[in-house]
Design a binder for this molecule. Structure first.
Ligand code: UDP
Ligand code: MG
Length: 337
């Protein structure tokens, strides 16, 4: 089979877990090559997202030991979404299909085979969807469910319980490359690109080592980012709230005039206080929502680069960007024989 697969794995301060999962990824790739489902030229691409620990050194070691491992290094930490994008855009130049997956072993590596099968059946985007959340706490389960419901209600088109474990074909990536926004929310952007897609369920495990970089506060920020990057429904919503409050306010004015002319107007400080607090709250929230969008517009107009690759463990095709560092990766096929 000549379908070249590149597995894209973002890593940030993962020195503990990297050596544990590298063998698992390699083994899965070997299995797929042996089954004839992918080409022997397939690769595992690590994206070091400006780690402060030994992550990059480990990636370099892996790349020198086994030509199937490749690595690129971001010039600084830019966050998970930018790291995945950097990897996908790099892989697009060489691969027919890419699979993005976290490096901590939480996502079932064995599901890759079903993803590749779905691709061979004609799907160009295959979303990995968590079939159960047994390993999550009750709190994490509830907040995650709320997260997806809220995102969809607010107009961000996301696949339920899909994070960033997905297979994408080169054709989709080429179309995706034209989505030039700086505020990235990949799981909400891929459904917008279209093409035939399907879901592959998989069991989500515990992290094999190290700690999560996504506590509740960061999840909330991601949710806000996700909504405001992919939808303007909140702006419509505050318009509607404004309209409803105005109608209520108008009714209140008529009521006050009637009470005044009936002659029994009592100074009701409680009702006044409640109304002004309510209106003040709504106004501040609305300004906040507007501010969120103005901030996004500000960042988009700057159009800064979404990632900067400072190092590679290989020479990029055409050698256009960086001076050669190491000899280009030899084909895996020799090794497989
Ligand atoms: N990650 C990254 N840059 C960051 C934070 C995280 O590349 O700034 C990577 C991290 O190494 C991991 C993946 O993104 O491979 C998901 O992160 P994590 O496991 O901490 O998130 P969780 O699974 O707990 O939501
Ligand atoms: Mg994780």
């Amino acid at each position: 089979m000549d379908t070249v697969l590149w597995v894209v794995i973002p890593c940030y301060n993962e020195e503990e877990v990297l050596p544990m999962t590298a063998g698992l990824f390699r083994e899965e790739l070997r299995k797929l090559i042996q089954a004839g489902k992918i080409s022997p030229d397939s690769r595992i691409l690590y994206v070091n997202d400006g780690s402060k620990d030994r992550t990059w050194e480990i990636i370099e070691e892996l790349a020198t030991q086994d030509s199937c491992f490749l690595g690129i290094c971001q010039s600084r930490n830019r966050g998970h979404q930018n790291a995945v994008l950097a990897g996908l855009m790099e892989a697009k130049e060489y691969a027919d299909i890419t699979i993005s997956i976290d490096c901590d072993g939480q996502d079932d590596i064995a599901a890759m085979e079903r993803m590749v099968d779905a691709y061979h059946e004609g799907c160009e985007v295959v979303y990995g969807v968590r079939s159960s959340r047994k390993s999550d706490t009750v709190f994490k389960r509830a907040t995650a469910r709320g997260f997806y419901r809220f995102l969809n209600r607010m107009g961000a088109e996301v696949v339920y319980d899909h994070a960033d474990y997905r297979l994408v074909s080169r054709r989709v990536l080429e179309a995706f490359a034209d989505y030039r926004e700086v505020n990235l929310f990949l799981r909400g952007m891929f459904p917008l690109v279209g093409f035939k897609s399907t879901c592959v369920p998989y069991e989500r495990h515990e992290r094999m080592a190290g700690e999560s970089h996504y506590p509740l506060s960061k999840m909330l920020l991601l949710a806000i980012d996700g909504i405001t990057s992919t939808s303007i429904r909140p702006l419509h919503l505050i318009g509607w709230i404004g309209a409803i409050v105005s109608i209520l306010g108008f009714a209140g004015i008529i009521w006050a005039i009637v009470v005044h002319f009936l002659g029994n107007a009592i100074a009701g400080w409680a009702s006044l206080l409640c109304i002004s607090c309510f209106l003040g709250g709504i106004q501040l929230i609305s300004i906040g929502v507007l501010g969120e969008y103005v901030g996004k517009v500000y960042m988009e107009t700057k159009a800064r680069p979404r990632y900067i690759i400072s190092e590679r463990t290989y020479v990029p095709e055409g050698g256009k960007e960086l001076p050669p560092k190491k000899s280009p990766p030899a084909s895996c096929s020799e090794e497989e024989k």
